[in-house]
Design a protein around this ligand. Structure first.
Ligand code: PDD
Length: 276
């Protein structure tokens, strides 16, 4: 594993963040998590384009291009000597004496490269459980910002209920998970929340959309309610780290037969083929 900050590669336990750093003090920044499979980054361009969009959305000027980030990431991965790893890339509004207004200083870029620890076979084979939770986040969840307080609070509530994920509900409709996109299966077709300011445009979500078509699984981007969630045939979530993961119980009630469904399994198998 290895770390990087503002031009230097460092070990992960090195103390590198000054007290007056805006990511640290304000959560004033954006980030990405990119998976490397066998030395090859998965959908890196899409991740980097989303990073640049997130930065634009918070008016954080960055001089690096997609290609600059690409070579920086590949250099870090090489230095880490890891083949299956997660790259965490963060950009903040930089280091300046604490005050709310934007400072006139360069952005800070930092990165960690850590071994990927994939979910256990048991979790994949039996599926995971979830709770529903009020979506208490702000109105701009399409930005992958460092402000994750509502996400971590909801995830912790899920954990304390013995569950893996919290499914967020805004005005009666499912938005997404605390760190995942959410999908249901109805009459064999897949439904997921349409893109809007209220959800993150997941990269794994794009991959699943692309996979569904050749498998002849209909894919609809439509809103669904908490009731429709509970009466779904199948539920699954997607993210860079969870990939395609079945959810078999919500709020202690079984979904469908309470086991991973056929559509979810097919999509996961095809996803694995894509990244192998
Ligand atoms: N989370 N929605 C939210 C709120 C997320 O934080 C994430 C990713 C996703 C899925 O996006 P993608 O498929 O691009 O990973 C959806 C990352 C993995 C994290 O915060 O660790």
């Amino acid at each position: 594993e290895i770390g990087y900050i503002n031009g230097e590669f460092v070990s992960l336990n090195e103390k590198v963040i000054p007290i007056d750093e805006r990511g640290h003090q304000f959560g004033d920044g954006v980030y990405e998590v990119i998976r490397i499979y066998d030395g090859k980054p998965f959908m890196m361009e899409e991740h980097l384009e989303r990073l640049i969009n997130s930065a634009k959305a918070i008016r954080l000027p960055i001089t690096e291009s997609v290609d600059d980030f690409k070579s920086l990431i590949m250099k870090a991965v090489e230095k880490s000597e890891l083949h299956n790893c997660n790259v965490y890339l963060q950009i903040t509004r930089g280091i300046a004496t604490r005050q709310h207004l934007f400072p006139n200083v360069p952005a800070s870029i930092s990165m960690t490269v850590r071994e990927a620890n994939p979910l256990s076979d048991e979790m994949r084979n039996t599926g995971v459980t979830a709770i529903t939770h009020e979506d208490e986040r702000w109105a701009n969840c399409y930005i992958k910002s460092l402000n994750l307080l509502p996400n971590i609070l909801a995830k912790q509530v899920a954990h304390e209920a013995g569950c893996f994920e919290a499914i967020l509900v805004r005005d009666g409709y499912v938005t997404e998970g605390t760190s995942s996109n959410m999908f249901i299966v109805k009459n064999g077709a897949v439904y997921t929340t349409p893109l809007s300011k209220h959800i993150l445009p997941g990269i794994t979500r794009i991959a699943v959309k692309e996979i569904a078509n050749p498998l002849q699984i209909n894919f609809y981007e439509e809103h669904f309610t908490e009731d429709q969630l509970m009466s779904a045939e199948e539920i699954f979530m997607t993210s860079t780290t969870a990939e395609v993961l079945p959810i078999v119980r919500v709020n202690d009630k079984p979904i469908g037969h309470g086991v991973p469904g056929e559509v979810t399994k097919k999509l996961y198998e095809q996803f694995k083929r894509k990244v192998e």
